[in-house]
Design a protein around this ligand. Structure first.
Ligand SMILES: [Zn+2]
Length: 263
């Protein structure tokens, strides 16, 4: 007989008690074209992660906004996609996801706090705090997951992964076997190229907000990696490869069958 570790045992107990209802999960997946390329096994893992996420985190409305379980699940499913092959422990160390009905204006007295990263739009659609909450606009969550390259949930949770080794700087903790030099080379070259193109006013399918700083570049490249992998792979193949190694996923392979005329 094999003794389950405490973590395994606890995880199974949570999943038994807090499993996501079939119909709610089906609706969430149907509402997120982003998840279409996942295999049945991957979707099963994502469903478990989403249930554990909702058990571990408080996803709460702010400023009088009451969010429903459908939106809660939509946030959980997209937040868990980047850690599908990494594990929910990558989101350890903080507890709250705060959701406003729409765009919000942050409290300015908090703006100078070290480690605060936010989407520099005024008002803002998302924000991630070092060791603190993720803040999201429900209206923008509703628009995410459409496979168009913009995904506020993935963006803010990418900041959370970046912050696992300190303030967000576009350099998350790399896995054993990954090369710091190769990561730095790939991201620096792509960032310089992207900024030059943005300055020149060139059109790009990747959100120009990526030129803001290296932390935003990493978050926006993560959005592109999951949402428009074909664009990222064509424009910055070395960044794609680094993100493939970091996230341990290959979103390009998921969309290929559709491009080849398959089902
Ligand atoms: Zn950001």
């Amino acid at each position: 007989m094999r003794w389950l570790g405490f973590t395994d045992w606890r995880r199974r107990r949570i999943l038994r008690r807090h499993a996501l209802p079939d119909e709610a999960w089906r609706q969430a997946v149907a509402a997120l074209p982003l998840l279409r390329g996942l295999t049945a096994a991957e979707l099963g893992s994502l469903r478990e992660l989403a249930a554990l996420f909702l058990h571990a985190k408080d996803v709460v409305g702010a400023a009088g906004y009451r969010l429903d379980d459908g939106l809660r699940l939509k946030i959980a499913a997209q937040a868990c996609l980047p850690v599908l092959a990494l594990g929910l422990e990558y989101y350890d160390g903080w507890r709250s996801v705060i959701v406003y009905a729409g765009e919000f204006v942050p409290e300015h007295e908090f703006m100078d706090e070290a480690g605060v990263v936010h989407r520099m739009r005024t008002p803002m659609v998302g924000e991630a705090w070092h060791r603190g909450p993720v803040v999201l606009s429900a209206a923008d969550v509703e628009r995410s997951g459409e496979f168009d390259g913009v995904n506020v949930v993935i963006h803010e949770f990418a900041h959370k992964l970046d912050m696992r080794n300190g303030a967000a700087d576009g350099f998350p903790p790399l896995h054993r076997g990954m090369s710091v030099a190769a990561w730095t080379r790939a991201f620096r070259a792509a960032y310089e190229d992207f900024c030059a193109r943005a300055d020149a006013g060139g059109e790009t399918l990747i959100d120009p907000y990526a030129s803001e700083n290296p932390a935003e570049f990493f978050a926006v490249m993560s959005e592109a990696f999951f949402e428009i992998p074909q664009v990222l792979h064509a424009e910055y193949p070395n960044v794609y490869r680094q993100l493939e190694a970091f996230y341990r996923q290959d979103p390009l392979a998921r969309i290929r069958p559709a491009n080849d005329g398959g089902v």
